[in-house]
Design a protein around this ligand. Sequence first.
Ligand code: BG6
Length: 513
Amino acid sequence: MTNHSQSSAAVVFIIFGGAGDLTMRKLIPALHNLFLDKNLPDKFKIITIDRGDYADSQLNKRLHEGVNTFSRRGKVKEKEWKEFTDHINFYKGDFVDSHTYSNLDKELKNIDQTWNTSAIHIFYLATPPSMFGVISTKLGEAGLGEDRERARIVVEKPIGNNLESARSLNQTFTKYFKESQIFRIDHYLGKETVQNILAFRFANPMFEPIWNRRYIDRVTITVAEEVGVENRGGYYEKAGALRDMVQNHLLQLLCSIAMEPPVSFAADEIRNKKIDVLQAIHPISLDEVHLCAARGQYDSGWIRGNPVPAYRQENGVSSTSNTETFAALKLSVDNWRWQDVPFYLRTGKRLSKQISEISIFFRAVPHKSFPPESTLDWQPARLVICIQPQEGIILKFRAKQPGPKLYLRPVDMSFSYKEMFKIPSADAYETLLWDLIRHDSTLFMRGDQVEMAWQILMPILEVWSNTPPSDFPNYKAGTWGPESAEALLARDGYMWMHPALLKNGEDEMAMEE
Ligand code: BG6
């Protein structure tokens, strides 16, 4: 995890897919911010490689636009941009051609000579996943992965699209790279609020004693998006919400909530504790899938007062598509801490509000000593971890309303990053790129974690692909998803709550669904 001391080693980022979306939207804005915050070493270079026939000026312009549009800092200052881009070289190269790699090898050796040092080489595969295997193999064949300390390879999710393909990709990666050189990105792990879950749980003595089945009734994890599939219809058609979000981001959030206290913050210690959670997740049998999982696809509807099309009308999407844009699951973690505490997960596109939050619902008091008229209901206390766009933590509990009558009402105690720290949080990619330079794998997924996560979802994927949905599209854009997701909780006597607000809980009663 980040400790923000300046790294002094020389570093070269080699980005495959230099003209792609990820490079423009995430990688260059993050590197630019690291540069401005003086978190990059003096000796650093970015080499982008792309197959396309682009002039350097075209690529430069594209990256410039990317930073202007997506950087947390807003528009670039031209002088700073010039200083930054002096470190970028654009290369044209075919990813399947061995010459690309031998040329790259020569170039990296030249850079080392000029700098009179041995730079760290970060090979970032910002390409379609179909290229991961060939690029990592070609890098390996060219000997570019041989220096176990200096060479690092970075891949984005999805790693495979089922257990078998993930295993095979992991085998391809490990043919030429050791596990310690492989960095599998799940950008959720780089979010401040996600990193803070461990700080909150393990840097404070008062939560751990009640963080278990004795005091916690259930946990819900919501990652809701207002956006649709945007321009990624082609990719999303083959992925769907379960593969795109649950297999990685949501299961990683679950792990942070459910893991045991680590002995240290060593990367493998944290990742071992997380894999313990994945291993404890009760395997879902094929017969149980309909009871433990719900799927949905958005119809046309309204988002923020604007009409939006149905998923089946989006670019690159089949008009008869059965791909799910919403998934909800009920999972059980079979261990001493969590036995019988359900974990409900939901994620979807074109939902009512962009919000990611985790709610920990505490058990009701064992005995209600207050007279019934003192409270309208007995909503138990709830701890809400707000991941985004609000960043903070809210504890919702009951307090006595001032006045002669004994009347209890819900109130909030809250911590907001914005109010407390007054600076915008770094983008997840800044943290992750910084960790890459420092060779810290804590916030990256290990191969066995990825495979275990696939294993959990395989029965659902199997049943869903064998039984096409009869009711798609089954939720209107701008709502909270299909009824089957409500039923998932209703069967256990619960309901999803509306997102909590990071302010005093005046209107909580009105907000609860
Ligand atoms: C990506 C998914 O991993 O995460 C996208 O592929 C999704 O479909 C995105 O929109 C959400 O990330 P964030 O950081 O905006 O919540």
